[in-house]
Design a binder for this molecule. Sequence first.
Ligand code: HEC
Ligand code: HEC
Length: 439
Amino acid sequence: MKRSVVLFAAVVLLFLISCKHDELSQTDKILHNLIPDKTRYILPDEKNLAEIPQFPVNPLTPEKVELGKKIFFDPIFANEAKRYDMKYTYTCSTCHVVESGFRAGRMQGIADGGYGFGNKGEARIKYPYYANDSIDAQGARPLAQLNVAYVENTFWSGAFGSEGKNSGLDHIFGVHIPLTEVNKLGLPALESQNIEGLGVHRQQFTKKIVEDAGYKELFDKALPDLPEEERYTRKGASFAISAFLRQLLTTQAPFQLWLKGDEDAMTDQQKKGAALFFGKAGCTGCHYEKNLGSMKFEALGVDDLYEHGGLNTGPNDARNLGRAFFTNRPEDKFKFRTPQLYNMGDSGPYFHGGSIETIEGVIKYFNTGKKQNQRVPDSQLSSFIRPLGLTDEEVADLTEFVKNGLRDPNLKRYKPDSVPSGLCFPNNDPSSKVDMGCN
Ligand code: HEC
Ligand code: HEC
């Protein structure tokens, strides 16, 4: 009697295991069929600089990447702060925090005129001695620089760079947004934007500044091809930063490991979510490049940043117009660039206006298919904004894929141990120093 019970239990168990196994391989098969060409999505190894997209005007070298990494994180170049007590307290990484997936740890980044850090930038607030309109904070949620080597024209509006979507638009460079005057230099998007960005973020470079900061030799080694009168300038710094940014690749994400042949790198739920992403849910209609973003501009009908507590912005902020911020064309209104999706789970909120708190919320927004922002007319709205018909379980699977299947757990390899100035980084204001345990 006892033996037959044990036997029966064993048979049931075996049946269950084999069922589970069948189901697993079924998901695997579906996913393999959905992505027949894995190389399409495999990111190059970040250490193999030659394989990373780059331009002859600024070829990647280890010296350049190293210099860019230092400038990006070193508060010593925060030398044009509006108040003396905020000098040398912020960096690029104040708004692009490693632990937050190279985005701000909160809805809006505040560099000059902000203080505090928390654990990953979430506790930063405005410094009371600054007026709202004198802080360095932009009217959109920061984009991540992860996998930015695959972005042809940077910004939510794709405003930077003279090639790609901007070729043939030379006549509007600098016209609707003075920032894009820099496109006239004919440089790639990143090199252009970062020249401009260093100005916007109140960071100046001269030979004396570079020497005093102890960076002269680093600049000379990294930028031997730039004539000296250009080397110790924002242009030189931008070339190094751009090189650093191009090798920020999320190669250790489970999905990347799976693409490269490790069948067990993703969990069963992540695989189911991936099958939805590349299949039924239709996400690759726009998120189709190697970085799972694209140069497609679409109006999803989401709110703007001022509606969610953004400072120094408002209903008339031209950034709310998306691509039309740059082109001024009525047909481009409210259309934003499709962003990359790796390490999104490291920090919300989501969309250009930070209007949705969680990734699950984003998936539910797509699944419900109802616009949030009534100022976006239906005529502009993407045809994708309609009910998707995903079940609760499918929403959970897709969320898990985006949140953890696309999460590189080791971004800290892109952060230096220290910076040449020895200052506390990424922030160096008294409150951040306490938060980060610098003395
Ligand atoms: C005050 C916060 C803040 C600081 C400081 C900051 N950024 Fe940004 N960054 C942003 C915001 C906001 C965006 C998106 C702006 C937009 O598209 O309208 C952005 C976008 C970018 C992008 C575009 C990415 C893409 O996919 O298009 C790059 C590149 C970038 N920043 C580089 C830098 C560099 C380099 C520095 C330091 C010189 C820097 N940022 C400092 C807030 C900041
Ligand atoms: C019609 C094109 C399109 C499709 C299809 C699409 N997206 Fe997007 N996605 C975008 C655009 C454009 C944005 C940015 C919109 C904005 O902020 O105004 C975005 C933003 C996002 C964000 C937030 C990113 C951030 O930086 O805050 C996530 C996450 C996301 N999409 C995931 C998905 C998933 C999952 C699917 C499939 C259900 C999907 N998308 C389908 C175009 C699309």
